[in-house]
Design a protein around this ligand. Structure first.
Ligand code: MTE
Ligand code: MOS
Length: 784
């Protein structure tokens, strides 16, 4: 059987709850920090934070901290035996001599209690020489403050495209960032054993990189450091790189004191220290033919990378690779550059730049549709990729017809056309309340752009009693990866789900793993788990063939039994076969490996086939806006999303719903504010808590929320025919923003551009509708 084929009665595809659901809701699921309270002699770490956005550290006196009762030690740069850097780019000193953002930790205090460490941190005396700071992207652009590589994606010749255009438009657009606000803040717990082995438990999406960073800080080979991630209370990309430094501090503290060290950021620390979704600034010029088709797009994207690079370069690459979204644009010139600002180091966040890239083009289409005399939904559909076309980076758009198909299905399921008429009637009857209805598509590339990351490993053990233990390189952050991997193993070995147990992710079980990211956790680790199970099954089939008197190819595994093809009654139970196989000295465990075939990517030329396939989806949203306040509700949302043949439909529905709501938060509610004044708190994050940073909750859910998975969508070449689901649904929320634009536009005259800020908070919506309303008043006045 090939990778995508499923045996009859497979466990994959069964709608089962998350493997830890019962533990999550009863409070029995443990997280990294919960494990610390079980340790004796535990020390607690707390940072000494700089009160400047940019400054030089000119002196430090730690003695007053040591006088605080319970303070054991203050960690400074002088304590680092290896490399004083927490990143992979060499630009993230763990103990900096130059403060790069407000709140930047310059030293860490270890105490017998968190309280002692915190009081110790306030007692450390640090002298600073304040330096000029850059806070906004626009300030960075003006000061020519950039970092990392600048990249350009191009196809054709935009000059030709603009010359052919019947209409050319230009504009500028600012996109806000987003705080991850995972429920579990960053945490690390480290101890050192008698053989100098360092064991770190970390809330990390990338245990291998956490291991490597801790090792280089400690000056140890990787083999001396083991990182385990039991589970995370959400990561969303925020724990792909940010955890390394915290793990390194805990490990350094444990190494120097010989005692276990716990470091857990409280919410304020997590909000003010860790990176967020990159805010973006875009300048664009777009050409359209008389038929509304794109002729050319020229765009310069500037992301706000914050103080260091971390993942800003790959995030920009993904943004550039998604400016096309679902649309064929013949001539493209897209530049990307990363601003360096004195803020937290912006990082991965669900979609990884894809949402920002896509939003630029969706914003353009939403803006210009009235000027082209087309409904925005019609303009979008006209520009869809046709089968046989390729992206600007040269990748053929596999299954382009799926987008057309899915779009048609969604429009009819959601009664789009009837409801358009309903919305128009409502708007005609209500001068102070307007509704808007919009539909937007998503096409998202699956695989890491960085080809080497597209590999994974797994370790599967079958014990003598027939029970199965699996380990794989992916981490669990609530997305249901472990649930899917249990289903994959049960399917591949033909045993019940209850026979399979999954052990926490550890670097000493599966080495050299990639981050659990780019939504590819199930594709990659599923491939590896299946490979390990297939090896074991092949060995067991040999043994069974002898016992059953058939050819090994004719041995079947299913429902915990092993039998000759077509004769389930003649078989034996799996445990019996395993027991016999052991006595015949058969290897009953295997290491599995998977690497995604067919990928290639030239990072400099920005050309190649970086993605294994595209994930498709579309959504229809309807909103109602109040003309006095700008307040709004999402009345209804209909989502249709392509996950191939789902490995786990309940999990996938949850991912689609959760992704959509998180996207809705990003686009409509969540607004990060930094102090941009010249006052004493310049650069300080002002939205440091849930009271000032508005997250979506149950009350922001659409009143009617219809979520469906595309049917008959098997994806060949992927484990059991499934597709990745983690990130793409976030971008389905773009239809909410576009519906808000439609509603604002309804306050004004027809065929007028409606500009809407992002996030489209009630305040931003108010200004957009007020501009529309004023234009109408002027029009009426002119008519008089
Ligand atoms: N779902 C939950 N519940 N919690 C999370 O932290 N992270 C998202 C997505 N869904 C996340 C989530 C992100 S950013 C990614 S890349 C994928 O899950 C990662 O997991 P996967 O590769 O197993 O899909
Ligand atoms: Mo997800 S942003 O790739 O961790």
């Amino acid at each position: 059987m090939s990778l995508h084929e499923r045996p009859a009665a497979a466990s994959v595809g069964e709608a089962i709850p998350h493997e830890s659901a019962a533990l999550h809701v009863t409070g029995h699921a443990l997280y990294t920090d919960d494990l610390g309270v079980r340790l004796q002699n535990l020390l607690h770490a707390w940072p000494v934070q700089a009160p400047h956005a940019h400054a030089r550290v000119t002196g430090m006196d730690t003695a007053p901290a040591l006088a605080v009762p319970g303070v054991i030690r203050v960690l400074t740069a002088a304590d680092v035996p290896g490399v004083n850097d927490a990143g992979v780019k060499g630009d993230e000193p763990l103990f900096p001599s130059e403060v790069m953002y407000h709140g930047h930790p310059v030293a860490w205090v270890l105490g017998e209690s968190e309280e002692a460490a915190r009081l110790g941190a306030t007692a450390v005396l640090v002298d600073y020489e304040p330096l000029p700071s850059i806070i906004t992207v626009r300030e960075a652009i003006a000061a020519d403050s950039f970092q990392g590589a600048q990249s350009t994606l191009s196809r054709g010749d935009v000059a030709v495209g603009f010359a052919e255009a019947a209409h050319v438009f230009e504009g500028e657009f600012d996109i806000g960032g987003q705080e991850h606000f995972y429920l579990e803040t960053n945490a690390a717990l480290a101890h050192v054993d008698e053989a100098r082995q360092v064991f770190i438990q970390s809330s990390t999406q990338h245990p291998t990189e956490t291991q490597e960073i801790a090792a280089h800080v400690l000056g140890l080979p990787s083999s001396f450091v083991t990182v385990q991630c039991l589970r995370m209370g959400g990561g969303f990309g925020g724990k792909e790189m940010q955890p390394h430094g915290y793990a390194a501090i805990a490990a350094l503290g444990a190494t120097l004191t010989g005692r276990p060290v716990r470091l857990r950021l409280n919410r304020t620390l997590d909000l003010s220290l860790t990176g967020k979704r990159h805010p973006f600034h875009a300048v664009w010029k777009a050409g359209f033919g008389a038929d509304g088709r794109f002729t050319a797009l020229e765009v310069t994207l500037t992301s706000d990378g914050g103080w260091s690079l971390d993942l800003s370069e790959p995030v920009m690459a993904r943004a550039l690779c998604h400016v096309d979204n679902a649309y064929f644009i013949p001539h493209v010139l897209a530049h990307g550059r990363i601003a360096r600002t004195n803020k937290t180091s912006q990082t991965a966040f669900r979609g990884f730049g894809g949402p920002q890239g896509m939003l630029v083009t969706e914003d353009i289409l939403g803006r210009v549709a009235p000027l082209l005399g087309l409904g925005a939904h019609e303009l979008r559909a006209r520009n869809f990729y046709q089968p046989g076309e390729a992206t600007p980076y040269g990748q053929p758009v596999r299954h382009a017809e799926r987008m057309h198909d899915l779009w048609g299905q969604l429009l009819s399921r959601s009664d789009f056309r009837e409801r358009q008429a309903g919305v128009a009637a409502f708007n005609a009857a209500h001068p102070h309340r307007k509704r808007g209805l919009a539909v937007t598509p998503v096409k998202f590339g699956i695989a890491f752009n960085f080809t080497a990351y597209n590999q994974a490993g797994a370790l599967v053990h079958v014990y003598k009693d027939g029970s199965v233990l699996i380990n794989h390189g992916g981490t669990e952050m609530g997305q249901g990866l472990h649930t899917k991997m249990i289903q994959v193993a049960a399917t591949a070995l033909g045993v019940p789900l209850t026979s399979v147990r999954l052990a926490p992710t550890r670097t000493d079980k599966v080495p050299n793993t990639s981050a659990t990211a780019a939504s590819s956790g199930a594709d990659l680790n599923g491939g590896a788990v299946k490979d390990a199970c297939d090896q074991i099954r092949a060995k067991l089939a040999e043994v069974a063939a002898g016992a059953l008197g058939v050819h090994p190819d004719d041995v079947r595994f299913g429902a915990g039994r092993v039998f000759p093809l077509g004769h389930p009654e003649r078989g034996m139970v799996f445990g019996t076969l395993v027991h016999d196989a052991y006595h015949l000295r058969t290897q009953l465990w295997a290491a599995g490996f998977y690497r995604t075939p067919g990928l290639h990517w030239n990072r400099v030329a920005m050309q190649g086939e970086p993605f294994k396939y595209f994930s498709y989806g579309a959504s229809v949203s309807e909103v109602e806006v109040d003309g006095f306040t700008g307040a709004y509700r999402v009345r209804r949302a209909d989502l249709l999303h392509d996950v191939g043949d789902s490995l786990s439909p309940l999990i996938d529905l949850g991912q689609v719903e959760g992704g959509f709501v998180q996207g809705l938060g990003w686009l409509t509610l969540e607004e990060l504010r930094w102090d941009e004044s010249d006052g004493p708190h310049r650069g300080r994050l002002q939205t440091q808590s849930a009271s000032t940073y508005k997250l979506p909750s149950f009350s922001e859910l659409p009143d009617v929320f219809n979520v469906a998975l595309l049917e008959r969508a098997t994806e060949s070449g992927v484990v059991y025919g499934s597709k990745a689901v983690g990130e793409p649904p976030l971008m389905l929320a773009i239809s909410v923003r576009e519906a808000l634009r439609e509603a604002c536009a309804a306050f004004g005259p027809a065929n007028r551009v409606t500009q809407l800020a992002s996030p489209a908070t009630p305040e931003a919506v108010y200004w957009a509708l007020d501009a529309a309303r004023s234009a109408k008043t002027e029009e009426v006045a002119a008519d008089d």
